[in-house]
Design a protein around this ligand. Structure first.
Ligand code: G3H
Length: 527
């Protein structure tokens, strides 16, 4: 396939009409203390990773712009969040969880009506396949409902009666939550922090990711209409300007962040009272696939390709290194070369497309460096077009044989490169996992029950999930989603995440008449 192909840079008129973004999405307003005001300050332009041909010339398509907040504007968002929280006596934290759930449901109803508009903007901003964005949207709505239902059922804990004392336990808010989602799942992973934070009575400051943020302009009126003033504050601009003053203030009580451990650590270090800062962190990962000698070769290749290449490998849970037993490596590589040739590369609206433009084209030189470094240490690119790029497209690349001298062995590529390591003994992947700084998940492929069980026992304290004959992934979302070492702190699953945004707060009193009358009142069961 020729990369410099017509279909990778189209005239706008040839794009199917339903997928075109005809009007620029300029955000000329912002939300502050429950008011939507015109934005008069500096703006940041947004360009799509999808290039367009105009009169035969390749051009970058500007798709919109958003406000660039100053330090003073960020601090006024913080002031609004603090005053809405009002030491836990503000309207929002004082309301019972059921009323907060009602307000969130109203917000979600509004959101549901904007699905198409939001997905189209996201498609142009992050070039994720349209179908995957539809799933991301639905997944978010489902996630929010499960969080709400689980928290409603479990918010009031059993009254413990022991030694004549009754303990009545309820989950109460922390304070101000700062929520920052990533650019690969800007909708799902940002809202799946914001919704539980709000549900538990916190006031929230949201910093949208660098890419995939234009849809926030469609939410501002709903934030204003569904929640008391100052409860939700969205700040726009450069993280390096926006986040330090928030952290340095010492007034952020929860830092919910999905990104790199380096950024997380730098930001946390700015907080003057680290012991007061609750953190929920989804960080980097380098999930391995381990293909045993008795694995079904074809099925494991297909699953590894899905795991490594879905959304161009720009997923924290992507398979980023593949260990294949030497006995089947030849068969594995042969099938992989055939399968990779059939993977559809192109624009995100195409049916069945797997490889689309990378969100951040500035990463392409980094990906090329990783490939060049591996080649300089003796690895080869096994597939035609591997290692090549055109505009913001990077062609999927199989590199073999990889070893510990190469950077790709250690670094998280976050792109469509599949490094393959042949191994003779299971000790090789087991040691890799033990020595890795990351500890999210692993996938193992094989048939032999004792060997699979033994592998699980060997790695169960290195990763937080062992997948057997399936790729690494967050879903189904009802399962725990966490990690060890530098991969995560806290569990992002809907039955746990709301707990990270609340403190178990107890009322203890002696058994007796007063307790019998007071407890139903505290449970919210009677007036
Ligand atoms: O980027 C990390 C995502 O949370 C993983 O979710 O496995 O469904 O792609 P996913």
């Amino acid at each position: 396939m020729k990369l410099e192909n017509e279909e990778f840079c189209l005239e706008e008129s040839t794009i199917p009409p339903g997928f075109r973004l005809d009007t620029p999405q300029d955000q000329n307003f912002y939300l502050v203390e429950g008011r939507i005001l015109p934005w008069k300050g500096r703006v940041i332009d947004v360009y799509s990773p999808i290039h367009i041909k105009k009169s035969g010339k390749i051009t970058e398509k500007k798709i919109g712009s958003y406000p660039s907040f100053t330090r003073a504007q960020v601090l006024s968002a913080l002031k609004a969040a603090l005053s809405a929280y009002d030491n836990g006596q503000g309207r929002w934290p004082a309301e019972p969880l059921t009323s907060r759930a009602k307000a969130i449901n109203k917000f979600l109803d509004q959101l549901a009506g904007k699905k198409k508009k939001i997905i189209k903007k996201l498609m142009w901003e992050i070039a994720k396949p349209y179908v995957e964005l539809e799933n991301e949207f639905e997944r978010t709505m489902e996630f929010a409902q499960t969080v709400i239902e689980t928290a409603k059922k479990n918010d009031v804990e059993v009254r413990k009666r022991e030694k004549g004392i009754i303990g009545f336990v309820r989950h109460e808010a922390f304070g101000v939550a700062l929520c920052m989602g990533p650019y690969n799942y800007p909708f799902f992973e940002t809202l799946s922090l914001v919704i539980p934070a709000l549900l538990m009575g916190n006031t929230v400051i949201v910093k949208p990711p660098k890419f995939g943020l234009l849809f926030f302009q469609d939410l501002l009126k709903d934030f204003r209409d569904c929640f008391p003033p100052g409860t939700v504050n969205v700040i726009f601009g450069d993280s390096e300007v926006l986040i330090p003053p928030l952290m340095e203030s010492g007034d952020i009580n929860i830092f919910a962040f999905i990104g790199t451990s380096q950024t997380a650590n730098e930001l946390i270090s700015l907080h003057p009272k680290k012991n007061r800062l609750q953190t929920l962190l989804g960080l980097e990962a380098k999930n391995a696939a381990v293909v045993m000698a008795d694995a079904d070769c074809k099925a494991s290749v297909k699953e590894v390709l899905l795991g490594a290449l879905a959304f161009n490998g720009q997923r924290c849970a992507a398979l980023k290194i593949v260990f294949v037993n030497k006995e089947i490596v030849e068969c594995f590589l042969k099938i992989m070369k055939t399968e990779i040739a059939g993977i559809k590369v192109g624009m995100p609206w195409l049916k069945g497309v797997r490889i689309t433009p990378l969100v951040d084209a500035q990463r392409i030189p980094y990906l090329k460096d990783l490939v060049d470094d591996a080649r300089s240490h003796g690895a080869e690119i096994l597939n035609p077009n591997g290692g090549r790029s055109f505009l913001s497209l990077f062609y999927p690349t199989i590199i073999f044989p990889v070893d510990s001298k190469m950077r790709i062995y250690h670094e998280e590529q976050f792109g469509p490169i599949i490094p393959i390591i042949p191994f003779a003994s299971i000790e090789t992947p087991v040691k890799y996992l033990a020595n890795s700084s990351f500890g999210q998940q692993v996938s193992v492929f094989g048939q032999d029950i004792p060997a699979l069980a033994d592998f699980r026992d060997r790695v169960k304290c290195q990763v937080a999930r062992v997948n057997i004959n399936i790729k690494c992934q967050r879903g189904p979302d009802s399962l725990p989603f966490t990690g060890r070492k530098d991969s995560a702190r806290g569990d992002f699953s809907p039955d746990q995440i709301w707990k990270s945004f609340s403190v178990r707060t107890t009322v203890a009193l002696r058994e007796g008449e007063l307790a019998e009358k007071l407890i139903p009142r505290l449970s919210g069961k009677t007036g």
